[in-house]
Structure formats: structure tokens, C-alpha cells
Design a protein around this ligand. Structure first.
Ligand code: NAD
Length: 463
């Protein structure tokens, strides 16, 4: 595995808990991509030809990731900001995903159509896959791309975000012991590296996770070569609380569904809709947690909430919240930066937010939660469905059948009842509207990296 980039200059990696550079990473010069993609092509024929060897290599990869947990997790926290326990969980999820896909194979099916003909449907790999991932879950999202792509028999060129290149590079070295050369290559660098990778003629599938505008740019870049594109984009998930909800019982779960990883989760709860009668109780229950949660550096023991990952993200959260406050919203908790080095923003719960405010209509991707009040349930469902996103959504209440009926009205890829953003490795993961194109997760993730190949032959006759 070649993850050493010749030339291209090095770039600084910052610790979000201090805002200071603590290391650097090599930048691949865009023109060096030809060599990387060429090696991915070279490794493909042998990798695709032996499913049993692939499965063994992926299982060995999972073991290697687990064994390296004590090196990977602290480095991930250092560059990403999240509490150490969450980094360990991310490493564990990465290993679990490798195991999950190592044991999955496409189904070969025979179609009987009544004629004396047999059609056998087989599945073939695509070739080199470009995987481009963001900074919020660098390892977990990388593995969500490379595990199914590799299990399907493709080779992968993986580009992490320039904000979080280090744990991914270390993961690359860890996996190099288990995977043949050229099967998985990590490339790091600033733009236009991602754009060049997405448009490289040797790439047959671009699988991207990130924001909607970059997703559009990736789709455009892949269009001339007609590479397959899978896009997992932003979310603005609503949590709709019903009038029979037990606020005390759900408050903690709801809080963490919004604030985990400092709100930098594509399918975090980003808006809460509470019935008018319960609105102030919900606001107070969430604000109470926001005031008492332990905010600090991810490596400090006891930290529950880390900093935002980078300065631009902090400024975006600050700008959107300031606008909401100027438009009449009330910060019941937080509403300001924390007075300390690093990218810390106080956990914030907003009431009286105008519904057209950007913290409601756009993805805030930070520790800021607007709690809106609704009159009728129809009004709540319409508001929940009113944004251009459609990743996830949830409904919270005591009567599960009623909550289930409301959940079915949400326009999104996954709807939960009484929790949010809990994903099984076996489920499909797909957004509607601007939240994405294509399906990841479970067998759908595997088939997303394969093409059908049909062999059609008569059962009798001369031929
Ligand atoms: P981003 O779109 O800025 O960057 C994502 C990746 O694309 C990075 O590796 C970046 O370097 C690269 N990139 C930037 N410009 C590019 C270009 N022109 N061509 C190709 N690649 C390019 O996103 P981000 O700020 O890193 O991450 C936050 C966003 O990711 C949020 O919108 C969040 O909702 C989304 N996200 C979605 C999911 C999901 O599964 N739906 C999961 C996590 C994050």
C-alpha cells in the first residue's frame, strides 16, 4: 500500500482543542494521481478474482484495526476533537464494518422465464473506486466506503478531509499488513485533490460523503467520465415530540441525539418540534443538560462534549446563531463562544426561533438546537418535511402505534421512534431530496459497488 506522497508540500494539522498545529501531513500533488490510480488498476485483477482470499484479508484487517485501537483513537481525538471514548467507538465500528462486509457475497440468481432459456445473474466489480470523506467521522465513514467496495472486489483510493488526515493515514499503514499493495491507497492533500480524484478517468465509482454543495461539485466532476456516483450529503433532521411524550424520560436521549460529536453528525437531531403545551418544559429539560454537560478537550478524562472541528465550522455556527438571536430567538442555554483557546462553542438551546431562521432551515452542524412549538400534528409534520434535506427524522411519544403512524409521514431515509441516529450495519442508509443519491449500508452497500452481469443461454438446441 502506497500511502507515502512524494512531494506536493506538507500541510499543518490543527488540534481543535487548542487551535494550534500539532503535526503535519503530506500533500499529494494532483498530477501524481495518475500513478496512484494506475496502481489501483494494477491491483484490481488479482483482488477481484479470489473472493475467499478477499474475505480472509478483510477479516485480518478488522483484527488489525482492533489491535491498533490504542494508537488510532487518541490520534483521532487529537485531530477531530471528539471525546476519547467516542474515538474508541469509531475504531470499533470500523472493525465491525470490515467483518460485516467480509462475510457478505452477492447472490447469484437464475431466472426462469418459461422459455427453454436460463438467465444467470452474476455480479462483477467496477474497478478503482474513489472514496472521499469528511472530518466528522473520519474512520467510520471511510470504512463505510472502503469495506463494501473492497468486499465487492474493487480497489479503493481514499481521500480523507485535510482537517483529519492523520488517523486515516495511520489506518492505511495498519491495513497495509493485511491488504495487498495497491488495493487501498490513502491520499492526503488540500483541494483540488478531491476534485481531481472525482474526475479521474481511471475511477469507475465515486463514493462521497460531505456537504450538498461539494456533492454537486463531485457529481459534476464525475460526469464527463460517466463514473457511478454515490452521494451521502447533509441532513437537517427533525424530532417531533407528541403530546403524550414523557419529557423527563426522553430528555437525556434527545439531548445526546442532538449534541453528540458536538452536533457534527449528518443525522443529528437539528430541530425539535414540541407541542405548545409542553414547549417550555422541553426547552428547560434540554437547557438544563446543555448547562451542565462537561465541555473540554477530547483527551481530558471526563469530557462529554469536545470542540468543533475547525475555525470555519465554529464561525458558521456562531454566525447562524447570532442571526437567529438578532431575529428574536432566545438562548435559554449558551448562545456564545467559550472564552478559551480552541474551537469551543457553548452548548446552546434556542427558543422563540423564527421558523425561517437559518438555524432551522439549514444544517447548523454544531452544538445549537432550536426548539420550536407547534399547534396541530399536521402542522408539525409539514414543518418537519419543509426543508430541502431528508436524511433522518424521529417521533417521540408513549403510544408507539401513534408515534409509528406519524413517523411514516416523515420524508426521509430513516425514521426512528423514541431515539435517533442509531444505525445497524445491516440496514440501508439513504437520504431523500438533497440528502443524497444512492444507497449505502448492508447488502445495498455491497451492490452499490457491483454491476449486474447476465449470462443468457438456451437450455437445448444447436447453438
Ligand atoms: P465537505 O463537503 O466540505 O468535504 C467533504 C470532503 O470533500 C472532504 O474530504 C473535502 O476535502 C472534499 N472536497 C472538498 N471540495 C471538493 C471538491 N470540489 N471535489 C471533491 N472533493 C472535495 O464536507 P465537510 O465540511 O468535510 O463535512 C460536513 C458535511 O458532511 C455536512 O454537510 C454533513 O452533513 C455531511 N455529512 C454527511 C453524512 C451522510 O452520510 N449523509 C455523514 C457525515 C457528514
Amino acid at each position: 500500500m502506497d500511502h507515502r506522497e512524494p512531494g506536493g508540500g506538507r500541510f499543518a494539522v490543527l488540534d481543535p482543542a487548542t487551535g494550534q498545529a500539532f503535526d503535519e501531513a503530506p500533500g499529494l500533488r494532483p498530477e501524481e494521481l495518475d500513478g496512484v490510480v494506475g496502481r489501483a488498476h494494477g491491483a484490481w485483477p488479482s483482488w477481484r478474482s479470489d473472493p475467499a482470499a478477499r474475505a480472509r484479508a478483510l477479516l485480518a484487517s478488522a483484527d488489525a484495526v482492533e489491535e491498533a485501537g490504542a494508537d488510532l483513537a487518541p490520534l483521532l481525538t487529537r485531530e477531530q476533537g471528539k471525546p476519547l471514548a467516542e474515538s474508541y467507538a469509531e475504531v470499533a465500528r470500523t472493525a465491525a464494518r470490515l467483518r460485516h462486509f467480509a462475510q457478505m457475497a452477492p447472490e447469484v440468481r437464475t431466472i426462469e422465464d418459461g422459455r427453454p432459456v436460463r438467465s444467470e445473474i452474476r455480479w462483477q466489480s467496477l474497478g478503482p473506486v474513489a472514496a472521499i470523506v469528511p472530518w466528522n467521522f473520519p474512520l467510520q465513514l471511510a470504512s463505510a466506503k472502503f469495506a463494501p467496495a473492497l468486499a465487492a472486489g474493487n480497489t479503493v483510493v481514499l481521500k480523507p478531509s485535510p482537517f483529519t488526515p492523520l488517523a486515516t493515514r495511520l489506518l492505511g499503514s495498519v491495513l497495509s499488513a493485511a491488504l495487498p499493495e495497491g488495493v487501498l491507497t490513502i491520499v492526503t492533500g488540500r483541494e483540488p485533490l478531491g476534485a481531481r480524484l472525482a474526475s479521474h478517468p481511471g475511477i469507475r465509482h465515486v463514493t462521497f460523503t460531505g456537504s450538498v454543495p461539494t456533492g454537486r461539485a463531485v457529481a459534476r466532476a464525475a460526469a464527463p467520465g460517466l463514473a457511478r456516483v454515490t452521494l451521502e450529503l447533509g441532513g437537517n433532521d427533525a424530532a417531533v415530540l407528541l403530546d403524550d411524550v414523557d419529557v423527563g424520560r426522553i430528555a437525556d436521549r434527545l439531548f445526546w441525539a442532538a449534541f453528540r460529536n458536538c452536533g457534527q453528525v449528518c443525522m443529528a437531531v437539528k430541530r425539535v418540534y414540541a407541542p405548545a403545551r409542553l414547549h417550555s418544559q422541553v426547552v428547560e429539560a434540554l437547557a438544563e443538560r446543555a448547562r451542565t454537560v462537561v465541555v473540554g478537550a477530547g483527551l481530558d478524562p471526563g469530557t462529554e462534549l469536545g470542540p468543533l472541528n475547525n475555525a470555519a465550522q465554529l464561525e458558521q455556527v456562531e454566525r447562524r446563531t447570532a442571526r437567529a438571536l438578532a431575529d428574536g430567538a432566545r438562548a435559554v442555554a449558551g448562545g456564545h463562544r467559550l472564552d478559551r483557546p480552541g474551537y469551543f462553542y457553548a452548548p446552546t438551546v434556542l427558543a422563540d426561533v423564527p421558523p425561517g431562521s437559518e438555524v432551522v432551515t439549514e444544517e447548523q452542524f454544531g452544538p445549537v438546537l432550536p426548539v420550536l412549538s407547534y399547534g396541530s400534528l399536521d402542522e408539525a409534520v409539514a414543518a418537519a418535511n419543509s426543508t430541502r434535506f431528508g436524511l433522518g427524522g424521529s417521533v417521540w411519544g408513549t403510544d408507539l402505534d401513534r408515534a409509528g403512524a406519524v413517523a411514516e409521514r416523515l420524508e426521509c431515509g430513516t425514521a426512528w421512534i423514541n431515539h435517533h441516529a442509531e444505525l445497524s450495519l445491516a440496514q440501508p442508509f439513504a437520504g431523500v431530496k438533497e440528502s443524497g443519491v444512492g444507497v449505502a449500508g448492508g447488502p445495498w452497500g455491497l451492490y452499490g459497488n457491483l454491476r449486474p452481469f447476465v449470462v443468457h443461454r438456451p437450455l437445448e438446441g444447436r447453438g
